[in-house]
Design a binder for this molecule. Structure first.
Ligand code: NAI
Ligand code: 15L
Length: 273
């Protein structure tokens, strides 16, 4: 493709992916609400708040594919989630509709289903059970993707990412880990598929202790290669095993299930602006 947009390019996954997806496009357009630097002549950088409709339209114009990572990625108060993840995803889909419907990879999350217990095996069609406002915002994003597919044929790979880190670092990640290599191969697969549709894909490596069944999206042919079990000995030697009632090993969403609802900051009249 000519131009691939990565939103949230300054974040943890964005910084990793900007270095690994360059082969997919002649130009990488890197966008975030915080400033970024180009690494070379084929990088374009654009600062953009996803809540700013006009700015999002500018960022999406001329792009043939979008990896949408931008937004709030943890549990926060409703206002910031509202701006970045609710308004932001609406702006993105409207901008895509106005600009030739480039294929979208949407970084959804396991926190859409985080209240399922860890002994439940899940397929893509099981009902959502979000574990907080952040999880609810990703459910909203998934619904937005589905609606634009049904109404306009907009294709999206909805990736419910587990825990995407260089290595698994705790007991829960033996089930949720997604290696960087497997995320890269999943994005490549989604862009190269002759027909993508709008599948929900579990973003997890081939973990022996995995909870999620990707048979509904097997037509894509994505085969994860890594397995968190290869790191079991290190985790067992270094990380104390949590108590059985600890949310970290009780719920699929782990500690997110035990987070409070974060109230928006309340400003008093004499607060400095
Ligand atoms: P991150 O928090 O490091 O990066 C998110 C980026 O979005 C940041 O650079 C931030 O500046 C930007 N952003 C926040 N609000 C914005 C706004 N209003 N406008 C424009 N940009 C804004 O998150 P990370 O770990 O890189 O994750 C990337 C995506 O993948 C997120 O959407 C996250 O929800 C999702 N995800 C990540 C997982 C992981 O294991 N890293 C697991 C599940 C989902
Ligand atoms: C997520 O959705 C978060 O963005 C990431 O920071 C991790 O906490 C991940 O889920 C996880 O559940 O491990």
């Amino acid at each position: 493709m000519k131009r691939l947009l990565i939103t949230g390019a300054a974040g943890g996954l964005g910084q990793m992916l900007r270095g690994r997806l360059g082969h997919l496009a002649e130009t990488l357009r890197l966008s975030d609400v915080v400033p970024l630097q180009p690494n070379g002549p084929t990088d374009e950088v654009m600062v953009c708040d996803l809540a700013d409709e006009a700015a999002v339209f500018d960022v999406v114009a001329g792009c043939d594919g979008i990896v949408h990572l931008g937004g709030v990625s943890v549990e926060r108060g409703f206002d910031v989630i509202d701006a970045a993840n609710l308004r932001g995803i609406y702006n993105l889909y409207e901008a895509a509709r106005a600009n030739g419907q480039p294929r979208i990879i949407f970084a959804s999350s396991n926190h859409t289903i985080g209240f399922y217990p860890q002994d439940r095996r899940l397929g893509a069609d099981d009902p959502v059970r979000p574990d907080g406002l952040y999880g609810v915002s990703k459910v909203f994003g998934e619904a937005m993707a589905r609606m634009y597919y049904e109404k306009f044929g907009q294709e999206t790979a909805i990736i419910r990412i587990g825990s995407c880190t260089p290595e698994p670092t705790n007991w829960r990640m033996l089930s949720t880990w997604l290696s960087h290599d497997d995320l890269v191969s999943l994005i490549e697969t989604a862009f190269r598929a002759p027909r993508l549709g709008c599948p929900i894909i579990w973003g997890a490596s081939a973990n022996d202790a995995g909870w999620w069944d990707n048979s509904a999206s097997s037509y894509l042919g994505w085969v994860p290669r890594d397995n968190a079990a290869d790191h079991l000995d290190r985790i067992a030697a270094t990380v104390p095993r949590p108590a059985p009632d600890d949310p970290v090993i009780r719920y699929q969403g782990g500690s997110f299930a035990a987070e409070p609802i974060h109230r928006n900051p309340i400003f008093k009249p004499d607060d400095p602006i």
